[in-house]
Design a protein around this ligand. Structure first.
Ligand SMILES: Nc1ncnc2c1ncn2[C@@H]1O[C@H](COP(=O)(O)OP(=O)(O)O)[C@@H](O)[C@H]1O
Ligand SMILES: [Mg+2]
Length: 294
């Protein structure tokens, strides 16, 4: 089999598109998609009264990939993930989960469809042990299957084992979760989502309040979730963090799309420039030069 036959066999879609019987030529697709997106937004808008929080935003989340949503404060990042996680509903556009057009009416529905969200202000109970927080809201129900009662020892063991599987060696899962560092708490939340079978993991600025080293640790677990086959949505205003783990980058500016790139299409410098507002920043730097040292 020669090279082109092989390519055709691996990607029959591509040949079909070039078939003249298909009618007018369509725009060439960007890279061939590996399967259906787990989550797809197309032209999504959201208004809070008169305030336009989002307008015409599109993105895809694929299994085993990280989609980064970048933007300054007020860009609409949190609004975007509130739609994906079922807290808010979009006013226009479409939201599809594995190809099904969807409108989620509550967070529980998102969870049932495999979308787990870790919010900026982590919903943990600081004084409760780590294992208790790990199972919070999903404690084994009494009288079903092997769990006839709350099996504390099993919850402890599971928590320990699952954290270890993600590379977090927590000697004492009985310690209050409030005693863990911010980075460790984010990691526990990620491990929890993976354990409870999430297909999509949404993280709202998990590194925003963290130092360099802890941010690195969290990004490592983001990569681990991705490698476990989850589709990850990473919200951040830090292009460096995004570029370390991201496959796709969506730039939001005042609620609108200011850019959408695959990693192969954009370098860190350009991503940083776009994120910083490109020409606006250059203008500022000229102005600062004029001002001279204080
Ligand atoms: N519940 C709300 N009611 C009214 N306006 C809101 C609400 N939530 C967010 N907004 C507004 O929508 C815009 C986007 O906010 P948000 O999604 O929180 O941005 P980000 O997370 O990127 O900082 C902002 O102008 C914000 O003030
Ligand atoms: Mg936010």
């Amino acid at each position: 089999m020669n090279g082109s036959e092989q390519a055709a066999e691996q990607n029959p879609q591509r040949d079909l598109q070039q078939d003249p019987r298909q009618g007018p030529q369509q725009d060439p697709q960007p890279a061939p998609e590996a399967g259906e997106p787990l989550v797809a937004l197309d032209g999504v808008s959201k208004y809070y009264g008169n305030i336009r929080a989002l307008e015409g935003v599109s993105l895809e989340v694929h299994a085993g990939e990280v989609t980064c949503v970048l933007g300054d404060n007020g860009a609409g990042k949190s609004t975007l993930i509130k739609i994906i996680s079922g807290l808010h509903q979009h006013d226009a556009g479409t939201f599809s989960i594995e190809g099904d057009e969807t409108r989620l009416s509550k967070p529980r529905e998102a969870l049932d469809r495999g979308i787990a969200t870790v919010y900026q202000d982590l919903a943990v109970v600081p004084l409760m042990p780590v294992w208790r927080n790990f199972f919070l809201g999903s404690e084994p129900v009494k009288g079903v299957g092997p769990f006839k009662r709350l099996d504390v020892e099993r919850m402890r063991e599971t928590t320990r084992a699952e954290l270890l599987r993600m590379g977090i060696d927590l000697r004492d899962v009985d310690q209050p979760i409030g005693t863990l560092s911010g980075g460790e708490r984010q990691c526990v939340a990620i491990a929890r989502a993976v354990y409870f079978g999430a297909k999509v993991l949404v993280l709202d600025e998990p590194t925003a309040a963290l130092g360099v080293k802890q941010s690195g640790v969290v990004l490592k677990y983001v990569a681990a979730a991705r490698d476990a086959g989850l589709g990850v949505v990473l919200i951040t205003h830090n292009p460096h963090h995004a570029y370390l783990v991201g496959d796709r980058f969506i730039l939001l500016k005042r609620g609108t799309m200011a850019g959408s790139h695959l990693k192969a299409e954009i370098g860190l410098d350009e991503l940083t420039r776009q994120m910083a507002g490109g020409s606006e920043l250059e203008e500022l730097s000229h102005e600062l030069e004029r001002l001279g040292p204080a």
